[in-house]
Design a protein around this ligand. Structure first.
Ligand SMILES: Cc1ncc(COP(=O)(O)O)c(C=O)c1O
Length: 384
């Protein structure tokens, strides 16, 4: 079995990487959800092979690729999907806005739980509807959905619930009973679900990802699932993702609203997706081991050297949601760590009002980079 070296540090400077170009050179970037590991070698090989044929005309329907996606989703998530349910698109953020554009009208509202991935907040603004933010609660040392509040908050104008599962930034992988509660509440109130499951293969031991739509036929008919190989295999710049839409009327509506607006991935992105979904299982297995090691290392480091920073163990993804409120900082933690530690994290305030006092750290990097960042952060805190 081929062994991959996730410890290897490869410079990404001058590669048009947003992660590595936003801040000055002395700043270590652990912010945007983009890992510092090369994608599986099959990606470059597949693209290279395609480049050997110098024709790049319009692509047709890539039926074999859609079959490959269906097989992947069944193999990894136990969810049997039909090829006609799969709509290809260039990004999951595009997908959530496409869903909102397709089904919401002026006067409607959409809702989601906070803190959450910042683009969730923009959907309502782009579509011209109102937005209901429902804060999650911490119970039994874990982020939970407050189901009573969820149900009470929905009103007759609420037409769409946007779920983030696995959850960015808190790292929850929702359980079947939780998904069943979400589904029951949404069905009862005629609220459609858009389930962003982009992190669905990045799951740590003891947990498993369940697509919300797979829990029942009613759930499938009332939801649209957004998935992609982009986080799993670190290829977000190639722009390949897909929506799974089991409900025929929903599909027709989305096909109608895509016209002239929502494009498909490029043929090179198709090659990359086909390659990872066919050949990169072994890479993924080793990546998950490495990420889990990084997560545990991070938890231990914080407990020993920065005990004022609290973090609830992520169950999936490579993001840690750091609660810095006990540091009682003069400034916010994002600016403190950026200017005093030269470490760029994500500002918790962009994930919702309840993100104040938090930062998000991306531990999808070689351990030496993670260690460097943590040492810088601990020494900045000690020196005030
Ligand atoms: C929950 C979630 N959804 C969507 C995205 C972005 O997806 P895309 O790049 O396909 O638009 C991210 C990226 O970090 C994410 O964390």
């Amino acid at each position: 079995m081929k062994k991959y070296d996730f410890d290897q540090v490869i410079s990404r400077k001058n590669t048009d990487s947003v992660k590595w170009s936003r801040y000055p050179d002395e700043v270590l970037p652990l912010w945007v959800a983009d890992m510092d590991f090369p994608s599986p070698p099959e990606v470059a090989a597949a693209i290279q092979e395609r480049l050997d044929h110098p024709f790049f005309g319009y692509a047709g329907d890539d039926k074999p690729l859609i079959e490959t996606i269906c097989e992947w989703v069944y193999r990894h998530h136990g969810w049997k999907i039909q090829p006609e349910w799969v709509l290809l698109m260039s990004g999951v953020v595009t997908g959530m806005n496409w869903v909102a554009q397709s089904f919401l009208h002026p006067g409607d509202s959409l809702c989601f739980h906070t803190p959450v991935y910042p683009p969730f907040f923009h959907i309502s603004e782009y579509v011209g509807v109102s937005r209901i933010e429902i804060p999650m609660v911490v119970q039994d040392n874990q982020y939970q959905i407050d189901f009573e509040k969820f149900e009470k908050t929905l009103n007759s104008s609420t037409k769409l619930f946007v779920l983030c599962n696995p959850h960015n930034p808190v790292g929850r992988v929702f359980t079947k009973p939780e998904l069943e509660c979400i589904n029951t509440i949404c069905l009862k109130h005629n609220v459609m679900i858009c389930s962003d499951e982009i992190h669905c293969e990045l799951i740590f031991s003891g947990h498993s990802h369940i697509p919300l739509a797979s829990i029942s036929e009613e759930a499938a008919q009332n939801s649209i699932t957004l998935m992609a190989p982009s986080k799993t295999f670190n290829i977000p710049g190639l722009h390949f993702s897909f929506a799974v839409v089991p409900n025929q009327k929903h599909r027709e509506q989305m096909e109608k609203s895509r016209r002239g607006v929502i494009g498909c991935p490029s043929m090179l992105a198709n090659e990359a997706a086909r390659a990872v979904y066919t050949h990169s299982e072994n890479w993924l297995e080793q990546l998950l081991n490495y990420l889990e090691g990084n997560r545990d290392y991070l938890m231990d480091y914080l407990k020993t050297h920065l005990p004022e920073i609290k973090v609830i163990k992520p169950e999936g993804s490579y993001l840690a949601w750091l609660d810095c409120r006990e540091l009682n900082m003069q400034s916010d933690p994002y600016n403190f760590f950026l200017y005093k530690a030269k470490v760029a994290l994500n500002d918790g305030r962009s994930f919702g009002e309840n993100g104040s006092g938090f930062v998000r750290l991306n531990f999808g990097c070689p351990r030496s980079i993670l260690t460097d960042a943590l040492v810088r952060m601990a020494s900045a805190v000690r020196s005030g």
